[in-house]
Design a protein around this ligand. Structure first.
Ligand SMILES: [Zn+2]
Length: 252
């Protein structure tokens, strides 16, 4: 059976002499593993659509749950990502996170949109990398059913004074209600909380349209990263590599 899927290439592995095995993120079937026969042969018509991070419309032949690539119509190669090591590293981290999408569905069109919007913003340099990273991490967790409840203090119901987020429960506690528990509780000032609420509720098209002072951005960045690492329960070599490229962080 032939099917057509909109897809973003998240991983490519060379196979045999001239083939490739791709893992692609699709609009509504989660991730698919696709064999691209002869894709590494010089002049192959599958050459461009099987490049890492290529966004294409792919025609696949499906048999017994296995997929073979027939042809691809390239929409965006995201060439700019490969020109910059930091951008490439961050995109690789996003790709590694997205590889946890279910194999052969059920997928969500929003996940592909989030991936494409993030890659586009990164490639074009539209926003600071820290902004794109934090928004991607938190919104992706919300799409997976892990939206934290940041509406008000979980103990007294008050808002507007910053507070602390318990990473495990995703609940906010205000400075008056916090009891020192030590591990897994992160401070957030009010601007950082406002940005987190914005990321959770805004239209995906405007996901990165927020600005924060440096200190608030540091609170937000640490929360979004720790929250994703806690919920996905794994480490990411791509994240370690990305962070190794950055100047040393000041403790907050
Ligand atoms: Zn409170």
């Amino acid at each position: 059976m032939n099917i057509t899927v909109e897809a973003l290439v998240l991983r490519t592995v060379n196979y045999r002499e001239s083939d490739k095995i791709l893992t692609v993120l699709t609009r509504d079937r989660g991730c698919l593993t696709v064999k691209a026969t002869g894709a590494r042969r010089k002049g192959s018509r599958l050459g461009s659509c099987t490049q890492l991070f290529c966004h294409s419309e792919l025609s696949l032949y499906e048999r017994d749950g296995r997929f073979t690539l027939d042809e691809g119509d390239v929409k965006n190669q995201f060439y700019g990502l490969s020109m910059d090591l930091e951008k490439m590293a961050l995109a690789s981290y996003f790709a590694q996170v997205l590889l946890s999408e279910p194999e052969d569905g059920p997928g969500s069109p929003d996940v592909l949109r989030l991936a494409l919007n993030s890659f586009y913003a990164l490639e074009k340099g539209l926003y600071p990398h820290a902004t794109i990273k934090a928004a991607f991490e938190l919104r992706y967790m919300a799409m997976n059913g892990y939206a934290p409840d940041l509406s008000a203090c979980a103990a007294c119901g008050k808002t507007g004074q910053g507070g602390y987020i318990d990473i495990a429960s995703g609940l906010l506690v205000c400075p008056a209600c916090i009891r020192p528990t030590g591990y897994g509780v992160l401070p957030m000032d009010e601007p950082a909380l406002g940005a987190a609420r914005y990321i959770l509720g805004c239209d995906l098209k405007k996901l990165f349209s927020f600005k924060l002072p440096e200190k608030s951005m540091a609170f937000l960045a640490r929360f979004c990263e720790d929250y994703l690492l806690d919920k996905t329960e794994q480490g990411y070599k791509t994240l370690d590599f990305y962070k190794s490229l950055l100047p040393r962080e000041e403790p907050i």
